[in-house]
Design a protein around this ligand. Structure first.
Ligand SMILES: Cc1ncc(COP(=O)(O)O)c(C=O)c1O
Length: 376
């Protein structure tokens, strides 16, 4: 077996440190796309097999987060899954508030604001620098709160929220919890039963090492009967091939949150990416990322750069951010040096994964030192 890094050809040319935007392409995912083309070419229209592949994708994700396959909807984006979930919530009962942290990815907050016309009231929980104190959530969550919508790791600054404490708080006040784990999946073990979240969303294109067009929504089993989405399609029906135009008959499982024709090519890739992650092991990945993020923080602080992510390793994810006063230029100059990063706000985003090594970190710190005037 080749070393993990050798399975990612991009490292022959670049120092790739941008997994928070898009995971690097592996030989495994390349082969998966080729397998899709071969199946299409050789078999023509093997839809039964492709629907089986979709079930394989559901099982792969269920295995990854310790859910039952019937609790997992296979979607084309986090937005699609969360929008379907939102369509199933009733904002006209005793509870109509959705509490949203200021660390959320825009799509999440936008979906909740779109529910205002259906009676929802959106309450934002502000950040205090690179953290959101639990007391801010305590002030926002009350007995009218239907849902608390939080992220595992903030896409802007890499900060982690204290998910177990927030789930405990929300449940104590009778509210449900949606966890957006896009920036965490593939970087450390996530267990929906242990976390006790009600809903979890995430996709495969970042640390799960696949590509755009495949995502998931986990819905806790006992909530399913009372959640009837209005954003539906033929793949959300109890019997997909019933072709019944006279009624909407949602599947009893989380499949009710699905929509139309599944993203078959992305399913091949997604299954390959998840398999690769699981063959390496999430504990090993977590430890490796912790070594690299530790080295990045140490190198940045030693040179006097302004770290935006928390210094405490328990309080950030795989994403480390550093303040720059000309971040677009910094990303461009690093790119010219063969170092791939990204930015949000004024933060340079550096996101190592299992395929990176200390040489990549040294290269990055040297590159940043050459562009010092954009950082201090
Ligand atoms: C935390 C987080 N949530 C959601 C998304 C977007 O998800 P999608 O485009 O699949 O709706 C992203 C994408 O960058 C993200 O980082």
């Amino acid at each position: 077996m080749q070393s993990i890094r050798e399975r990612f050809p991009i490292f022959e040319k670049k120092v790739y440190l941008n997994s928070c935007s898009q995971g690097a392409l592996s030989i495994d995912v390349q082969e998966a796309y080729q397998a899709y083309l071969n199946d299409w070419d050789e078999k023509g229209s093997p839809w039964e097999y492709w629907v089986e592949r979709m079930e394989a994708a559901r099982q792969a994700f269920a295995g990854l987060v310790n859910a039952e396959p019937g609790e997992v909807a296979v979607t084309t984006s986090v937005s699609a899954g969360v929008a379907a979930l939102a369509s199933a919530l009733d904002f006209n009962g005793e509870r109509n508030k959705v509490v949203v942290s200021d660390f959320e990815f825009p799509t999440i907050a936008q979906i909740w604001h779109a529910q205002e016309s259906r009676g929802a009231q959106v309450v934002h929980v502000p950040a205090a620098g690179n953290t959101i104190p639990i007391s801010y959530f305590e002030n926002a969550i009350d007995d009218q709160t239907l849902l608390v919508s939080i992220t595992s790791v903030c896409f802007r600054n890499g900060s982690k929220l204290d998910v177990p404490a927030l789930v405990e708080l929300a449940h104590r006040k009778g509210a449900l919890v949606l966890l957006d784990s896009y920036q965490a999946l593939g970087t450390y073990p996530i267990d929906v039963k242990q976390l006790k979240v009600d809903f979890l969303a995430g996709g495969v294109l970042k640390y799960l090492l696949a590509s755009a067009g495949l995502a998931y929504l986990y819905v806790r089993k006992d909530l399913l009967p009372r959640l009837q989405p209005t954003a539906v399609g033929w793949f959300s029906q109890a019997n997909i091939f019933a072709m019944d135009i006279y009624r909407n008959t949602p599947a009893p499982s989380a499949r009710r949150f699905e929509s139309g024709t599944p993203p078959v090519p992305n399913i091949y890739a997604g299954v390959a990416g998840i398999k690769l992650i699981q063959s390496i092991g999430l504990e090993r990945i977590e430890a490796h990322i912790a070594d690299l993020t530790g080295a990045i923080k140490e190198g940045a602080m030693r040179r006097g750069f302004n770290l935006v992510s928390p210094v405490d390793p328990a309080k950030h994810g795989a994403l480390i951010t550093i303040r720059s006063h000309k971040v677009d230029l910094l990303v461009k100059w690093l790119e010219q040096d063969g170092i791939v990063t990204s930015s949000r706000d004024n933060n340079l985003r550096i996101s190592p994964h299992i395929y990176n090594n200390q040489r990549d970190v040294d290269c990055l710190i040297d590159g940043l030192t050459r562009r010092r005037e954009l950082l201090v």
